[in-house]
Design a protein around this ligand. Structure first.
Ligand code: Q0Z
Length: 287
């Protein structure tokens, strides 16, 4: 695969290689996970959609926060990145009440120490986006942590900086997406420090794998929302009565085609770039 690149890590659907001491290569595969299980069927172009979208956001948010992106490769699915010293927390921002945020709210009326108004329902828009850090679980699920615990993990001054950067990045992206028919309900950022100990946004950012994307035209608070990208695959898996343990089911061609179309649609709505133009020249998303 990448010439002279040393494999350093595997994610569920991504691979990470070292190019040299200072640079990493992040490769997004076409694998898809649902209900936390990677399915045996790939979605063509999914890795290119996610790589192109993340690069698009990195290029447009550099003024909000520096990021690790150095280059998008001609294959459209790999990016060269600055190697950072990653912080030990997941930086989650929630604009809407869903997933573990909704669960914590129903149990306690607050999420990660943010006291929320009474009477919110599942998927309600929050009065303001909230920063809800989580630990990086090496196994199983990330665990929400309160602000004091997060501040102890990274130090109080870095905590303030990642909170401010995370909220600003989310506000920018959520507004951009909302104007193009996509609700970004929440998102997860990962930050690191460069050699000068400056804060730098790393990993992937503002993709459908690191965020909840909902179709804005179907949004209605009071229950769960359909996923912009994965709903066909989820519905198909549910229709089988699959118990959501490994191995996941193969997806039929029609479900693959529908899911592919939704990923491409998200890319084109958000970037306003024809996906075929991106495939021909991935650097288009940087301009
Ligand atoms: C990201 C991950 C995987 C993809 C390490 N710029 C950076 N500097 C240092 N470390 C990382 C990054 Cl992005 C880094 N991950 C998560 C794992 C595939 C991303 F296997 N791990």
């Amino acid at each position: 695969m990448p010439e002279a690149a040393v494999h350093v890590a595997s994610g569920k659907v991504r691979e990470l290689y070292a190019l040299d001491d200072d640079r990493l290569l992040l490769v997004a595969s076409d694998r898809i996970s649902t209900f936390d299980v990677v399915l045996p069927t790939e979605i063509p172009d999914k890795g290119r959609v996610l790589t192109g979208l993340a690069a698009f956001w990195f290029a447009r948010t550099r003024g909000i926060c520096a990021n690790h992106l150095l280059a998008v490769r001609p294959d459209g699915r790999s990016t060269e990145c600055r190697r950072l010293e990653m912080l030990p927390i997941e930086c989650v921002v929630r604009g809407y009440l869903s997933g573990s945020g909704w669960k914590d709210y129903t149990a306690t009326g607050s999420v990660c120490g943010h006291m929320l108004p009474a009477g919110l329902t599942e998927s309600s828009e929050l009065p303001e986006p909230i920063f809800t850090p989580a630990t990086k679980a090496t196994t199983g699920h990330d665990e929400n942590i309160d602000r004091d615990t997060a501040a102890e993990l990274v130090g109080p001054e870095l905590f303030d900086a990642v909170e401010r950067a995370s909220i600003a990045l989310y506000r920018f992206a959520a507004q951009h997406a909302r104007e193009r028919g996509i609700v970004i309900a929440d998102t997860k950022f990962e930050f690191g420090l460069d050699e000068e100990r400056r804060l730098v946004l790393g990993d992937e950012a503002l993709t459908p794998d690191s965020s909840r994307f909902w179709p804005a035209d179907e949004y209605r608070a009071g229950g769960p929302q359909p996923s912009f990208d994965k709903q066909y695959a989820r519905d198909y898996c549910e229709s089988l009565g699959w118990d959501k343990t490994e191995p996941g089911p193969e997806l039929p061609d029609a479900v693959v085609a529908g899911t592919h179309a939704r990923y491409v649609e998200a890319f084109e709505r958000l970037t306003e770039i024809d996906f075929d133009d991106y495939l021909a020249d991935p650097e288009l998303v940087l301009r």
